[in-house]
Design a protein around this ligand. Structure first.
Ligand code: HAM
Length: 391
C-alpha cells in the first residue's frame, strides 16, 4: 500500500526507542498523557488549520459510515481521520471542561495521523506523531521550556539538526504582511495561487528585497526574551525570518527543528503558539503553545534502537522442566524466549541470527540434577547453574 508502512524489527525497534525517549522526556517535564479519537469532524480542521492549508485542501481522508444507500453515506461524511493532533486536543479540552478546573495544563500524545500525501521519502499517508500541548500560560518562558524539551528530545538520537525560530506577530501583523506580499508578488509577476503567507511557507529561496513580516512591540519584546533564554541555556538556534508555518492557527512564536541535509523532506519537529485556536472553535480566549515530532522521521534518521536483551532457553526433551525454569527466570526480570525445536544445532544457529548471546540448555539430563547449562555464544564459555541459585 503506497504511503502506508508495515514496520517490523529492526525498524520497529527504532520506533520503540523514539517512543521510550518521548515518554521519558515527558515525565521529566511534568507532561501528562492523553489519548484522543483518531477521527474528528471535518469542520474542526477547516476552522483551525484553514480551508486552504494543504492538510485540509489536499490531504484530508474523510470517513463515512458504510451504507448501501448513497443518501446515508452522504449524510455521515462529516468526519476525517485526524491529520494532526492540536485541533483535536483543544476540542477535547473544551468539551471536557478541563481548563475550568485546572487553569493551566500540559498534555502529551502519541498516535497515528493521516494525510493524503504524494508518497515520498519521509512523507507518509499514515505516520505517527508525538507531541506536547502546553495550555493556559502566556509568555516566552513557557515557550522556551517547551522548545528546550523538544531540543533535548531530538538530541537524544544523535542527529545533526538545526533549530529555527521566528515570530509571526498578531492577526493584524499577518493581515498587513499578506497585503505586502500580495503587492510584491504582483510586481514580480508571480501568480497568487493561495494565501500569500502559505506561499512563503512553500518557498525556499528569498530575494534580498523579499518582504519580511513586521511585528508589534509586545511580540518583539517577547521574542528577544525567548532568544535570551535560549542563549542562556546554550541552545543554539537560527532566526529564520521567513519561517511562517503552513497551518492557520499559529501566532507569535513558531519554530522548527530540521535535520541538516534533509531540508526538502520537511522538519523533524515543528510547533508554535496558537492562542487563537480555542476561540476559532467557539471557546474562550486561551493561551497555548506546543509542538509535534514525526516519529518515523526521527526513526529514519537515527541509529539508536531499543535493544531487546533476551536469553534463549532450550528444553530439548524436557518441556515441562523448561516452563519451570523460564518462570523462575522471568520472575527475576530476565527476558526468556523458549525455542521449542528439537535439534540443538539448528536452535543455536537461529539464536545466533537473532543476536542472542546466552543460551540455557535444560533437557532431561539437567532436570535430574536440578540445573541448567548456561552457554555464552560470544565468549564461548559454558557453566552449570544450580536452580536453587535462582531463589
Ligand atoms: P506539522 O508541521 O504539520 O505540525 O507536523 C509536525 C511533524 O509531523 C513534522 O515536523 C513531521 O516530522 C511530521 N509529519 C508531518 N507530516 C508527515 C508525513 N506526511 N509523514 C511523516 N511525518 C510527517 C503539526 O502537525 C502541528 N499539530 C504541530 C503542533 C503541535 N503545533 C502546535 N502543537
Amino acid at each position: 500500500m503506497r504511503g502506508f508502512k508495515d514496520n517490523f524489527p529492526p525498524y520497529s525497534n527504532k520506533i520503540e526507542a523514539v517512543l521510550e525517549a518521548f515518554r521519558k522526556i515527558s515525565s521529566l517535564y511534568g507532561v501528562a498523557f492523553v489519548d484522543l479519537p483518531l477521527v474528528e469532524e471535518v469542520d474542526l480542521f477547516m476552522r483551525t488549520s484553514g480551508e486552504d492549508s494543504d492538510i485540509v485542501g489536499k490531504e484530508l481522508f474523510s470517513v463515512a459510515r458504510f451504507s448501501k444507500s448513497e443518501e446515508e453515506k452522504e449524510k455521515s461524511k462529516t468526519w476525517a481521520l485526524r491529520p494532526e493532533g492540536t485541533a483535536g486536543m483543544m476540542r477535547a479540552i473544551k468539551e471536557n471542561n478541563i481548563l475550568n478546573e485546572k487553569k493551566e495544563c500540559r498534555f502529551a500524545y502519541i498516535g497515528p495521523m493521516f494525510r493524503y500525501n504524494r508518497p515520498q521519502a519521509g512523507r507518509y499517508r499514515q505516520f505517527s506523531q508525538v507531541g506536547w500541548e502546553f495550555i493556559g500560560t502566556p509568555g516566552p518562558e513557557i515557550e522556551a521550556e517547551a522548545i528546550i524539551g523538544a531540543y533535548e528530545f531530538a538530541s537524544f538520537f544523535g542527529l545533526n539538526f538545526e533549530l529555527e525560530i521566528n515570530n509571526i506577530g498578531s492577526l493584524e501583523d499577518r493581515k498587513n504582511y499578506r497585503q505586502e506580499l500580495q503587492n510584491y508578488f504582483e510586481k514580480q509577476g508571480i501568480e497568487i495561487s493561495s494565501d500569500p503567507i502559505k506561499m512563503v511557507d512553500k518557498r525556499d529561496k528569498f530575494e534580498d528585497n523579499f518582504p519580511q513580516i513586521k511585528i508589534n512591540l509586545e511580540d518583539k519584546k517577547n521574542f528577544s526574551r525567548l532568544r535570551e533564554i535560549l542563549e542562556k541555556n546554550k541552545i543554539p538556534y537560527k532566526h529564520n525570518k521567513f519561517l511562517v508555518r503552513g497551518l492557520d492557527y499559529y501566532n507569535s512564536t513558531v519554530f522548527e527543528l530540521k535535520q541538516n541535509g534533509k531540508e526538502t523532506q520537511g522538519a523533524l519537529i515543528a510547533g508554535g503558539r496558537y492562542d487563537g485556536l480555542m476561540q476559532q472553535i467557539g471557546g474562550p480566549a486561551t493561551f497555548a503553545f506546543g509542538w509535534a515530532a514525526g516519529v518515523e522521521r526521527i526513526a529514519n534518521a537515527t541509529q539508536i534502537e531499543k535493544k531487546h536483551q533476551v536469553v534463549a532457553l532450550v528444553p530439548l526433551d524436557a518441556p515441562d522442566y523448561a516452563f519451570l525454569v523460564a518462570a523462575k527466570l522471568r520472575k527475576k526480570g530476565i527476558n526468556v524466549k523458549i525455542f521449542w525445536g528439537k535439534i540443538l544445532k539448528k536452535i543455536l544457529e537461529q539464536a545466533d541470527k537473532q543476536n542472542i548471546e546466552e543460551i540455557l540448555i535444560c533437557g532431561l539430563e539437567e532436570q535430574k540434577d536440578n540445573i541448567f547449562i548456561l552457554k555464552n555464544l560470544k565468549n564461548r564459555t559454558q557453566k552449570r547453574v544450580e536452580l536453587w541459585n535462582l531463589g
